[in-house]
Design a protein around this ligand. Structure first.
Ligand SMILES: [Fe+2]
Ligand SMILES: [Fe+2]
Length: 161
């Protein structure tokens, strides 16, 4: 008869992230919060933007909101995998402070946000490269590319006004 295997004790589950990730986790948490912020901002813009281009902009904001959700879910997955507990995060969307009768205003705010996201993911990639963490570097570089694409799309959208 095969002896029954004892279930793994809960103490075998790492309570803390591996030491090489301790510096990365705060960055991942900030990015996670920023993506959730983007999601809420885009949803808000989609509801309140005014003017002749409202329909086109609403469609574009919805697409951007979906991409922010995908990015937030990817980051949440990485954080969870690394045994980092996500709690007490703060989401403070700025969309409600903007004048939605001026699409230029809204698009300018998005452009500076996308540019900040490129820089933050590039920083994550650089830190991962310095640690020799190829998987994290690839993850971050993929996001750099996507945020850069958002930057280009935002700049193309701004030229239409
Ligand atoms: Fe994003
Ligand atoms: Fe983006």
């Amino acid at each position: 008869m095969i002896p029954r295997q004892k279930p793994k004790s809960l103490s075998s589950v790492p309570a803390h992230p591996p030491s090489h990730l301790i510096e990365t986790i705060p960055t991942l948490r900030v990015l996670f919060e920023n993506e959730l912020n983007s999601l809420l901002n885009f949803v808000h813009h989609g509801m309140y933007v005014k003017g002749q281009s409202r329909l086109r902009l609403t469609k574009w904001f919805r697409e951007q909101a979906r991409e922010s959700l995908d990015h937030a879910l990817d980051l949440g997955h990485v954080l969870h995998k690394e045994a980092a507990h996500i709690s007490n995060y703060t989401v403070t969307p700025k969309a409600c402070e903007l004048d939605h009768t001026s699409p230029e205003n809204v698009i300018d705010s998005i452009a500076s946000h996308e540019s900040a996201m490129v820089d933050q993911y590039a920083q994550l990639a650089q830190n991962a490269r310095e640690r020799g963490d190829l998987v994290m570097e690839a993850f971050a570089m993929n996001k750099v590319f996507e945020e850069f694409r958002h930057q280009i799309e935002t700049s193309l959208m701004s030229r239409r006004f």
